[in-house]
Design a protein around this ligand. Structure first.
Ligand code: SF4
Length: 175
């Protein structure tokens, strides 16, 4: 792995595919036509990634947002989902914690200007001694994720009104 790091950047190779996801093609195409804004999360396997994932689902239920797919965006560049995300005026990204696993990838792919990044943990500030999602009861996980989603929607809304444009980069981190 060390030989893949050069000038502070880690390079990965992805095996290409000719396959397409039929429903992904339909959804990506429709979302692009309708000008929806993609929302993705880091999808980390711990409680922090799970809360980010649930929050992304909740944000994507509101207008003009819709759920993007990081897998297709990163590894199926000719898919309609990737095309929609690439052509979108911005992408909302919810990372689970300060490691910003997806933020550090996407800012090199689409640029910081079009990426609106959030660190979910910086908002709820809990569970740092836990890994397994089941260490937090389901009802509590959902409640925390909905609180994160409300914060993100409020921030997105306020920023657009205050700044008058939608490409301002916002990042929330904890030390
Ligand atoms: S940002 Fe945090 S929660 Fe998300 S994948 Fe990385 S380490 Fe896991």
């Amino acid at each position: 792995m060390e030989d893949k790091i050069k000038n502070g950047k880690l390079s990965l190779e992805v095996t290409t595919t000719e396959n397409r996801c039929p429903i992904g093609e339909k959804v990506g195409s429709g979302n692009e036509t309708e000008g929806k804004i993609p929302v993705i999360s880091c999808e980390g396997g711990c409680i922090r990634g799970e809360i980010a994932r649930l929050a992304a689902n909740a944000v994507a239920k509101e207008e003009p947002y819709r759920r993007g797919c990081h897998g297709e965006f990163l590894t199926v560049p000719h898919s309609k989902i990737a095309q929609w995300m690439n052509n979108s005026e911005k992408i909302v990204l919810i990372d689970g914690c300060f490691l910003r696993c997806h933020g550090r990838i996407l800012e090199n792919m689409i640029g910081k200007e079009r990426l609106v990044q959030f660190d979910a943990l910086s908002h709820y500030k809990k569970y740092t001694d836990k890994f397994d999602i089941h260490e937090v009861p389901e009802e509590e996980r959902i409640q925390v994720a909905e609180d994160v989603a409300d914060w993100i929607l409020e921030t997105l809304s306020g920023r657009e009104i205050e700044d008058g444009h939608t490409s301002t980069f916002r990042m929330n981190t904890i030390p």
